[in-house]
Design a protein around this ligand. Structure first.
Ligand SMILES: [Zn+2]
Ligand SMILES: [Zn+2]
Length: 257
């Protein structure tokens, strides 16, 4: 299995996992917070075309995760999975979209991979995050959650790669010119994970199989890539875990498991 970010941050997020099992290829996309022109370009950069995608899983309705879902799914007939709450929250026309509803705990087989949904804590009605396995390797993602729960940890134990939100640096957020209520929202239990929150989680989660952690969803205003990297490296390096930082425009290279 291999995974890639096609861009991550407050202006758009998209991950893809590809597995080859017995000559059969499955490519699954998670979120599409970019317009269709941009996503075409970024798929091409990853040497993929939309027709390769077997399914798209959506975490929640915020534009940086859901903007391109409906146009992409409609144009290429790609099955889409999301919670009912997320469906209700996306204000777009789902006519002709192959829409499938999933919920916390559901495990969905897509070709040679299985995708499992789990609940998080974010300011939308039914947020989900996912982990995906080909039976050998496991990739997990965790962004857009204001707190870590035992439930989240249980789902992300034993990953080989983890896309982990490092949204803000405490100090930068404190001194930023964001309005107080927005700062409270970001920091709140339905907001986002700070670098310190992500580092604490990385320390806590079962990382015995973890090869790489990808610092993801980094705020352009309240964080800096080098701060996120440093926070991850302090926990990851003693355990021989590689640290990768996902860029808003460039995402990451392919990460082979
Ligand atoms: Zn987001
Ligand atoms: Zn969000």
């Amino acid at each position: 299995m291999k995974v890639i970010s096609l861009g991550s941050g407050s202006k758009g997020n998209c991950f893809v996992a590809v597995s080859h099992v017995d000559g059969k290829r499955s490519a699954v996309m998670f979120d599409c917070g970019f317009g269709i022109r941009i996503i075409h370009r970024r798929l091409a950069r990853a040497k993929l075309v939309p027709e390769d995608l077997s399914a798209i899983f959506v975490t929640h309705e915020h534009g940086d995760h859901a903007k391109g879902i409906v146009p992409l799914a409609k144009r290429y007939g790609i099955p889409v999975w999301m919670s009912y709450g997320t469906f209700m929250g996306i204000q777009q026309d789902f006519a002709d979209v192959d829409l499938n509803i999933c919920k916390d705990g559901d495990c969905i087989a897509v070709g040679s991979v299985k995708v499992t949904a789990f609940s998080t804590s974010h300011d939308v009605s039914e947020p989900l995050q996912y982990h995906v396995t080909d039976g050998v390797f496991k990739a997990g993602m965790l962004t857009d959650t204001g707190r870590i729960t035992k439930h989240i940890k249980k789902h992300l134990d034993g990953c080989h790669v983890l896309f982990l939100e490092c949204n803000y640096d405490e100090e930068m957020l404190r001194y930023s010119d964001y309005p107080v209520d927005i700062k409270r929202r970001i920091r709140g239990i339905h907001g986002h994970l700070s670098n310190d929150d992500a580092a604490a989680f990385l320390m806590d989660v079962d990382s015995s199989c973890l090869k790489a952690v990808v610092a993801s969803h980094i705020s352009q205003n309240n964080n800096a890539p080098e701060l996120a990297r440093k926070a991850m490296e302090e926990v990851a390096h003693p355990h021989g875990i590689q640290v990768i930082v996902a860029d808003q425009e460039m995402g990451t290279d392919w990460i082979e498991l």
